[in-house]
Design a binder for this molecule. Structure first.
Ligand code: NDP
Ligand code: HSE
Length: 430
């Protein structure tokens, strides 16, 4: 029998306990031995009582788990960076294998965690830390190991995908939908990490590190959230053949890795455009496999428990076959990062301008002087004297676009530059 301790018995921890009970016999056969939770560290004992855990299973302190040599797997499901990180490091130093769902901790302290796992010859698994129930970490580390990964493109945050889906289908503005999502319990009372793109950036840091075999931390990811997107942009994007999604993207060229999270216009026929509501998806491009997409539930009690239990079973198999620490850190390179100013993509820009002869030519002239070539221009009347202009550029260097916008904002015929949004998921022009 393999003995497991849970650190945290909230939503995910509770789900792990239930799943290990529910599929006990099946899991025993798959792992080669029984996998049993024997200790739980949890601040709020009422959560343990609700699951029917006997008092004897509740640890008085972390030391009780750490010093129990019979416990070989620790599942950290408390969240937050500390004390979780110290507990995980200590568990590995005591020879225990670790499973975690904690993206905040890995995106900040990944290197230390992987080094400690390696030094102690233990497994450190974290499938649930990115996209909840969707298998993506193990597939990238194992099934896709033969590929050079060229791009990772994901919808990694359910809350923002739900908000953007509602804004698209109902034409409502961001703040209205956010308030509704909070009322329904889909969005946290403090939604900053979700709507600000930080949650997706942490997940992207983990994925990009695996994809490009080089450590990417949260601080290396360029981040913009969805608070600047309004119903107008979504409507006009639709008229132009695009949907707006919060995308997490990482790719690599000779200049290095560029990892970024921002709302982007995606062609309406792109596979990720059909990923709606709270669903997540990850689109991976490998040099051998081509394009593949992983889709499913990115959060929730049982989907996330599915990933945690999958990792626990894998560790159980390793223990049964004396093959622990077989798949460790894959960051054997140290690649440079490209700044966002070096991004080359297409852009959507919405401006309010004076509606009179020559204005369009003046705007096109500024773009042209800055090396920005225009693909599409759409005009709507804003008031009797003003017009709203929506412009889509051809592929442009971000630095050139920013220069054009800084000149345009001072022109007397430009009232305001209302938004600019990057385009993604478009096949390069032949
Ligand atoms: P919860 O808040 O539901 O559960 C965490 C539990 O751990 C709480 O009961 C908390 O108690 C307890 N806890 C926190 N710190 C300590 C401590 N120092 N000692 C003892 N108990 C402690 O969180 P979730 O289950 O939602 O999330 C757990 C992890 O899984 C996080 O890292 C999260 O990012 C990740 N995750 C969650 C997903 C989800 O759908 N919920 C999806 C994917 C990943 P108290 O509440 O009293 O503080
Ligand atoms: N808050 C996250 C989301 C779920 O909305 O997708 C946990 O990672």
């Amino acid at each position: 029998m393999i003995k497991i301790a849970l650190l945290g018995c909230g939503t995910v921890g509770g789900g792990v306990y239930k799943l290990l009970q529910q599929n006990q016999e099946l899991i025993r056969q798959k792992a080669g031995q029984e996998l049993r939770i024997v200790k739980v560290l949890e601040k709020d004992r009422s959560k343990c009582a609700a699951l029917g855990l006997p008092d004897a299973m509740i640890a008085e302190s972390y030391q009780e788990i750490l010093n129990d040599d019979e416990i070989s797997i620790v599942a950290e499901l408390m969240g937050g960076i500390e004390p979780a990180c110290t507990m995980v490091l200590e568990a590995m130093q005591h020879g225990k294998h670790v499973v975690t769902a904690n993206k905040d901790m890995i995106a900040e302290r990944g290197r230390e965690l992987f080094d400690t796992a390696q030094q102690n010859g233990v497994d450190f698994y974290f499938e649930a830390s990115v996209a909840g129930g969707i298998p993506i970490i193990q597939p990238m580390k194992q099934s896709l190991a033969g590929n050079a990964i060229q791009q990772v493109l994901g919808i990694l945050n359910g809350t923002t995908n739900y908000i953007l889906t509602k804004m698209t289908t109902e034409g409502s503005d961001f703040s209205e939908v956010l308030a509704e999502a909070q009322r329904l319990g889909y969005a946290e009372s403090d939604p900053t990490a979700d709507v600000g793109g930080l949650d997706a950036a942490r997940k992207l840091a983990i994925l990009a590190s695996i994809a490009f075999n080089s450590r990417v931390t949260f601080g290396d990811v360029y981040v913009e959230g969805i608070t600047t997107i309004n119903a107008r942009d979504i409507k006009y994007a639709g008229e132009l053949g695009y949907v707006v999604k919060l995308l997490a993207i990482a790719d690599e060229n000779e200049g290095g890795v560029l990892a970024r999270v921002y709302p982007a216009l995606l062609p309406a026929d792109h596979p990720l455009a059909a990923v709606n509501d709270v669903f997540n998806a990850v689109f991976v491009r490998g040099d051998a496999v081509g394009d593949i997409m992983h889709y499913g539930r990115g959060a929730g009690e049982m989907p996330t428990a599915s990933s945690v239990v999958g990792d626990i079973i894998d560790i159980g198999r390793n223990l049964s076959h004396h093959s622990s620490a077989r798949i460790g850190c894959t960051c054997f390179a140290s690649k440079p990062f490209r700044p966002i100013s070096e991004l080359k993509t297409q852009y959507y820009i919405r401006l309010t301008v004076v509606d009179r002869p020559g204005v369009l030519a003046g705007i096109a002239g500024v773009f042209g002087d800055c090396n920005v070539s225009l693909q599409t221009v759409m005009q709507k009347s804003a008031t009797a004297a003003d017009a709203e202009l929506m412009v889509i550029t051809h592929n442009t260097r971000e630095a050139d676009l920013q220069q054009a916008l800084s000149i345009l904002k001072d022109k007397e015929f430009v009232h305001s530059i209302d938004n600019f949004i990057r385009l993604e998921g478009i096949a390069p022009r032949q």
